[in-house]
Design a protein around this ligand. Structure first.
Ligand code: HEC
Ligand code: HEC
Length: 201
């Protein structure tokens, strides 16, 4: 293979890895958000209703993958599927970079006692029922990683609803990792850990 071909190949790999997102991509993402996403998620990803997830500060690759999964139907949502059906992988990457670059706000918890119970579950798990500590994967501050979602500051109601979807296997795009965890959580543990997460910054 000729050297220029090889370099071209490398260049494509570079693009496929999603590095780096240009200013023009961010501008396109902002246009898309102001066109339709803002209605539910807010212009800066700070959704005002507890049923719509906050996206400010959410991790780039995670957002891009969720959008692709909504498009393919791997993650089922009658609300989100039509939002993304005419979009491309480049749009998803740009939207991921856009939301990752928004500053998340700090939120107060509604029920401090409940959040204290949740703190134990989040940081230590439940050794008596075999629940792994959330912090082990999502980080002690709930910031996640490149591929794992940020949980910190999320609406408690949204978090709880996702735990229930994982439990019932109605959200299945996580290779069953979260199903194994959510299926062992009691109702109290789900509500408590969701309350604790909502106050993390
Ligand atoms: C009509 C309201 C509405 C609009 C408009 C909307 N969304 Fe959503 N979005 C939702 C709901 C509801 C969910 C949660 C669905 C579920 O349970 O999977 C969601 C979930 C998401 C998620 C997954 C978040 C996570 O933490 O896993 C992303 C990313 C997202 N939306 C991005 C977008 C983008 C980008 C747009 C614009 C192209 C958009 N949404 C437009 C309601 C909306
Ligand atoms: C072994 C690693 C691991 C552990 C431990 C873990 N998670 Fe997860 N979690 C994941 C992965 C992987 C995903 C991403 C799923 C996907 O890509 O759709 C996820 C996704 C989630 C989501 C969806 C976030 C969103 O924005 O929609 C929530 C909520 C969540 N986890 C809560 C928890 C809670 C609460 C605990 C502790 C009780 C926990 N997780 C423990 C790996 C883990």
């Amino acid at each position: 293979m000729r050297l220029d071909r090889m370099l071209l190949g490398l260049g494509c790999t570079w693009v496929a890895l999603g590095l780096p997102v240009q200013a023009s991509d961010l501008a396109r993402a902002e246009e898309i958000v102001q066109g339709k996403c803002f209605i539910c998620h807010g212009v800066s990803g700070e959704s005002s209703s507890p049923v719509f997830p906050r996206l400010a500060g959410q991790n780039e690759a995670y957002v891009a993958r969720q959008l692709a999964d909504y498009k393919s139907g791997k993650r089922r949502s009658t609300t989100m599927q039509p939002m993304v059906e005419d979009m491309s992988g480049d749009d998803f990457r740009a939207l991921g970079a856009y939301f990752a670059s928004r500053q998340p706000q700090v939120h107060a918890v509604d029920d401090a006692d409940l959040a204290q119970v949740g703190r134990f579950v989040f940081q230590r798990g439940n050794p008596y029922s075999g629940v792994a500590a959330c912090a082990g994967c999502h980080g002690v501050n709930g910031h996640g990683s490149a591929s794992l979602p940020r949980l910190a500051g999320q609406h408690a109601q949204y978090t709880e609803s996702q735990l229930k979807l994982f439990d019932r296997r109605e959200r299945t795009n996580d290779n069953a990792v979260m199903h194994g965890i959510a299926s062992k959580l009691t109702e109290l543990e789900m509500k408590a850990v969701s309350a604790y997460i909502s106050g993390l910054q």
